[in-house]
Design a protein around this ligand. Structure first.
Ligand code: NI
Length: 268
C-alpha cells in the first residue's frame, strides 16, 4: 500500500467511527479553506511485533524517516515522529507506545492477550496500521479497569490500530489564520475543546501551538452490551519559523502530554 492509500484508508475509518471529524473538516472547507493534514497519531503497546518500530514499517518503506523521540513519564509513554523525505505535503506520523512494564500485571496481561490474538499474517502486513481492533470484542469490565490505571491503555484496548486523530494545519488556512480564530470557530459551532493545560498548548516561543476537540462520545458494542465512550478527536496545529527561517517541524512533549487527554472520559 502506498502511503497515500494508507492515509485515505485511515481517513475513511476515522470519519466512520467519529462522524464529528467530518463535520469539523467540512466546517473549514465550507468556509473556503483548504484543509491540509499536519500529522496523524497512532497508539500501541511496546510489545514485539506491534511496537512503534513495527507500526512505522509501512511508512519507512514508503519514504518516511525518523525525526524525533519523546518521553511522557507520568503517562508511561514513549513516542517517535516520522516525516516524508521528499513530499512536503505528506503528513507527519506520530506513533506512541505504552511502556507496559511500568504498569500493573493486569495491564500487562491484557496487552499481551491482545497482541497474542492478532493473526500472524496481520503482523507482517502493511494493513496492520489500518486494522483497528483485531483482538476481538472488548469487555466493558476490562475497559473500565484499564481506564482506572491508564486511559491510553483503555482506548487502545477498544479501538486498536487506527488514526487516533488527524490534525488541521493552521498555517495552510487563510481566514482562520490563528489558533485563537480556529478555536473560536469550533466553539461557535458547538464543538467542545480539550481544556487540559488550557485551550492552547504551547507558545509562539516554543514554535508550535496546538489545540484539539474532545473525543466524540460514541456507542461501542462491548461483550456486556453497548456503552458510550470517547472515540477519536481532531487536532489543530500552527507552526512558527525557527532561527533558520524554516517552520519548526517537531513536537513539544509537554503539549502532546495534554493532547493525549482529549480521549479522557467525560459526560456528554
Ligand atoms: Ni497530535
Amino acid at each position: 500500500m502506498s502511503y497515500k492509500a494508507v492515509f485515505e484508508a485511515l481517513w475513511n475509518d476515522y470519519v466512520s467511527l467519529t462522524p464529528d471529524a467530518q463535520k469539523v473538516h467540512d466546517l473549514f472547507t465550507q468556509a473556503g479553506e483548504t484543509v491540509l493534514n499536519d500529522h496523524i497519531a497512532f497508539r500501541t503497546f511496546d510489545l514485539p511485533g506491534i511496537d512503534v518500530e513495527a507500526l512505522a514499517r509501512p511508512f519507512l518503506a514508503n519514504g518516511y524517516v525518523e525525526k524525533g523521540q519523546y518521553h511522557f513519564e507520568s503517562k508511561k509513554l514513549f513516542a517517535k515522529h516520522y516525516e516524508h523525505q521528499t513530499d512536503p505535503s505528506a503528513p507527519r506520523v506520530f506513533i506512541s507506545q505504552l511502556l507496559t512494564g511500568q504498569l500493573s500485571p493486569f495491564v500487562q496481561q491484557t496487552a499481551k492477550a491482545c497482541a497474542a490474538a492478532i493473526p500472524a499474517h496481520m503482523l507482517q502486513s502493511d494493513e496492520l496500521i489500518v486494522a483497528g481492533n483485531i483482538w476481538g470484542k472488548p469487555s466493558y469490565t476490562t475497559y473500565l479497569k484499564l481506564r482506572d490505571e491508564s486511559e491510553y491503555a483503555a482506548w487502545l484496548y477498544v479501538y486498536g490500530f487506527r488514526a487516533n486523530h488527524f490534525t488541521v494545519n493552521i498555517n495552510a488556512l487563510k481566514v482562520f489564520d490563528t489558533i485563537e480564530k480556529v478555536n473560536q470557530h469550533l466553539k461557535d459551532n458547538g464543538f467542545l475543546l480539550n481544556t487540559s493545560g488550557g485551550e492552547i498548548k504551547g507558545t509562539r516561543e516554543e514554535l508550535l501551538q496546538q489545540s484539539s476537540t474532545l473525543a466524540q462520545i460514541t456507542p461501542i458494542a462491548f461483550a456486556e452490551g453497548t456503552h458510550e465512550i470517547p472515540s477519536c478527536y481532531y487536532e489543530f496545529a500552527i507552526r512558527y519559523p525557527d532561527t533558520d527561517g524554516k517552520l519548526y517541524s517537531g513536537f513539544i512533549a509537554k503539549s502532546a502530554d495534554k493532547i493525549f487527554e482529549s480521549t479522557d472520559f467525560y459526560k456528554k
